[in-house]
Design a protein around this ligand. Sequence first.
Ligand code: SAH
Length: 263
Amino acid sequence: MKIETAVSREEFAAAYLDAVGSSQNAKDDGRLISDRFVGTAYGIYEKLIEGSKKANLTAILSPDGVAQRHILDSLIPYLFLEKREIIKDGVRIADVGCGAGFPTLPIAAFAASCGTSLSVTAIDSTAKKIRFLDSTAESLGIPGIAAVTGRAEELALPGGEYREKFDVTVARAVAPLHVLLELTAPFVKRGGFVTAYKGREDEEKDAAEISKKLGLSEPEKIAYTLPSGDARTFFIYEKTGNTPAAYPRAYAKIISEKQKTDE
Ligand code: SAH
């Protein structure tokens, strides 16, 4: 593992401000460059560098990489959700497969810096990532985060504490869309939204059948590009029906469906 040393706040801020300034989706939003938020973004970067000396948290550790691919990439979809009034004061969000805290940390920190009160439940099956997220949120004073170690397909079972309790789920880089929807839709209340941060790939067709079974609408797809040129697609599904009690199935079952179609 390459050991990185944190650059100064000024150097990180320069990379971050450059990234925001070159993003079509972000450059006109002054809230992204408030001193308070830039300070917290630097704190997240420093914690990632420090935490990566002890555990494998993320491959992306350069100031520019963290600024673009962790902070900005987490927040551009947030701005879409805010515009659509899917994210607003009081909303309960679950981040499924949050890893070291993306998008949870930027979302919760940005909302707080804007005076929006959110609750974000960050779920991951890897305890060391959850411990990192929890201690980072606490030491940077990022409010509204509850970090939970566990597997999504177990935490979302009928009768469980997390079943159909959330207004919105977010998830980035966790699983192919058809798998991800089954891991996330059971967490969302009817009338809520299931969202997915995706790359360029078009996985929508593979997910069409399962999304109907889970009670989801046709997705809205929003394309954006990071300043580096990386193309992204953000999916928004509305949960218009109920998720039958049979979902989520055991993980082996969830992933086996695609294998069938691949044969
Ligand atoms: N969202 C983060 C992490 C992506 S890596 C980011 O964008 O940086 C994918 C993460 O999903 C890993 O940390 C892995 O532990 C978690 N994960 C995968 N399947 C899961 C499941 N079924 N339940 C809970 N977490 C899961």
